[in-house]
Structures are given as structure tokens and as C-alpha cells.
Design a protein around this ligand. Structure first.
Ligand SMILES: NC(=O)c1ccc[n+]([C@@H]2O[C@H](COP(=O)([O-])OP(=O)(O)OC[C@H]3O[C@@H](n4cnc5c(N)ncnc54)[C@H](OP(=O)(O)O)[C@@H]3O)[C@@H](O)[C@H]2O)c1
Length: 251
């Protein structure tokens, strides 16, 4: 029987590219997001091209009580679920001291609470069936926080820590945990992503992510280079230099 993967935030960007990369390897798919029209179009395309089964559901991960029922619906329709990718996420730029924390709240509600609801619902399914693989879409900013994106960076650091704690807790339960830390990937998450340094296409990133999941990496940076080197280098840089570099980059 084909393996099955459920992906949240599958209507665009990395999520849609991951769905395509998994489908090209014969995985059946459960896709969730708010924009159901986009999911319908993607499902049709993947079924026609790769002859895999694709189930879809509308889901707003901020409605955390709706996450577990949505995952159960997909699992039931597909007959099994081997991997769940908590990918849905948003970003937002806010200057500290601007006095309006609505942007930060939205980021935490989606990237942290929405992801936790997804991972928790998936874990319940995996504990019952005795196996499974949890995957979370964190960010390189979990290691190297970005100015004007404090909430985003903090939300991803929270997700990374949360999942690394889950791995320890679930170590004897046959449940794998992979945390993915993308650098800059060309998607619609922020304007002008194509102008960011070392940016790569979503389909290239997705292929690397699928490989990392299949070999059960615990924590992975995508693409590995130059970001692995940058991680070490940035640790050595004094704050004024880091601030200058980021301010130039984010212009
Ligand atoms: N692109 C990058 O450079 C980069 C770098 C590091 C990490 N990431 C992470 O990668 C993940 C995917 O982002 P992306 O770059 O592919 O951006 P994207 O194209 O904007 O995709 C974001 C996805 O998340 C979904 N989503 C957002 N809020 C949601 C909600 N409340 N409920 C359900 N789904 C929701 C969106 O679907 P709907 O709008 O249809 O709901 C969309 O499918 C995010 O977690 C992001 O933080 C991206």
C-alpha cells in the first residue's frame, strides 16, 4: 500500500511543492488549507499526473478545535496516515514599540498554536496505530532572529523547541519527529521573496525536504548551504554587525 502524508498549508508555496514532491514518489495525500479552490485544483492536477489518491479539506488552523476532526476526516478517507506535516504558517513585519500587537498575535496563533494543534492531533492518531512521523515547518530564523520579525522568529524557535521536546517524549513510541528549517524559499509568504539572498525555488526545496523526511533527519536546514555555514558564522558576529547586515538585507 502507498504511504500517506497529510500536509497543512498545502494551497500554495512550500506546502503545494511538498505535495507535488511526495505525489511524484507515489505517496497518497491529505491536503488542508483555508483556500479550498486552490486545493481542489492541486488535487486534480496531482491525481491526473501521478495517479495517487488525494483527499482535501478546508481548515483554518487558528480554529484549533477543528484541527483534530479535519485530520481524522482525511485519515479516514485515505485509510491510513504515515506522515503529518505541520506546514501552515504566516509572517508579518512589525516594528517594536509600534503599539499594535495584532500582527504578533496572528503569527503566534497560526505558527505556534495552530502547529501544536496539528501535531497533537497527529500524535493521537500515531499513538493509536503504533507508528507515524511528525514533521514541522520551522525556519532558519529559529536560530538567527530577524529584526522587524521578532514574533515570526520567536514563533519558529518555539516550534523547534516544542518538537525537539516531543521527540524525546515519544522516543519509545515508534513516532519520528523531523523539524525543517528553511532559509529563503521563493513563495508568496512575503513580498519580493525573489530579492532575498540565497533564495531557492519551492520545488527544489521540497525535494530536499522529502529526502530529509525519508531518512528521518531530526533537525534539517534547507538548503544546507550556505545556511549551515551562516549559522556558525552568525554566532561569532557581534550584534551591531548583525543588525547592520539584516537592515541592509531587509530593505
Ligand atoms: N518561504 C520561506 O522563505 C520560508 C522560510 C522559512 C519558513 N517558511 C515556512 O514555510 C511554511 C509555508 O510557507 P510558504 O513560504 O510556503 O508561504 P505561503 O505560500 O504563503 O504558504 C502558506 C500556507 O499556509 C497556509 N495557511 C496560512 N494560515 C493558515 C491558517 N490559519 N490555517 C490553515 N492554513 C493556513 C496557507 O493557506 P491558506 O491561505 O489557503 O489557508 C498557505 O497554504 C510556513 O510555515 C513558513 O513560515 C517559509
Amino acid at each position: 500500500m502507498n504511504k500517506t502524508v497529510i500536509i497543512t498549508g498545502a494551497s500554495s508555496g512550500i506546502g503545494a511543492a511538498l505535495a507535488t514532491a511526495f505525489a511524484s514518489k507515489g505517496y497518497n495525500l491529505g491536503l488542508a488549507a483555508r483556500r479550498i479552490d486552490k486545493l481542489e485544483a492541486l488535487a486534480r492536477q496531482l491525481e491526473d499526473t501521478y495517479h495517487v489518491q488525494v483527499a482535501i479539506t478546508a481548515l483554518d488552523v487558528q480554529q484549533d478545535s477543528q484541527v483534530a476532526p479535519a485530520l481524522s476526516r482525511l485519515a479516514q478517507e485515505l485509510g491510513q496516515v504515515d506522515i503529518v506535516v505541520a506546514n501552515a504558517g504566516v509572517t508579518g513585519v512589525r516594528r517594536s514599540g509600534s503599539g499594535d500587537i495584532a500582527i504578533d498575535k496572528n503569527i503566534f496563533q497560526t505558527n505556534v498554536i495552530g502547529a501544536i494543534a496539528t501535531l497533537d492531533a497527529a500524535t493521537k492518531i500515531f499513538l493509536a496505530q503504533g507508528h507515524g512521523h511528525l514533521v514541522g515547518m520551522s525556519s532558519f530564523s529559529a536560530f538567527s532572529p530577524l529584526p522587524t520579525s521578532a514574533a515570526y522568529s520567536a514563533s519558529k524557535a518555539a516550534l523547534t523547541n516544542y518538537m525537539n521536546a516531543m521527540r524525546l517524549e515519544l522516543i519509545n513510541k515508534k513516532i519520528n519527529v523531523t523539524v525543517i528549517h528553511p532559509g529563503f524559499i521563493k513563495t508568496d509568504i512575503a513580498p519580493h521573496m525573489d530579492k532575498y539572498p540565497f533564495v531557492i525555488e519551492a520545488d527544489v526545496a521540497a525535494q530536499q525536504m522529502v529526502r530529509a523526511i525519508e531518512i528521518n533527519k531530526a533537525n534539517v536546514i534547507v538548503p544546507a548551504m550556505p545556511w549551515k555555514a551562516a549559522k556558525g558564522l552568525m554566532k561569532l558576529m557581534p550584534d551591531p554587525l548583525l543588525a547592520m547586515m539584516f537592515n541592509k538585507m531587509m530593505k
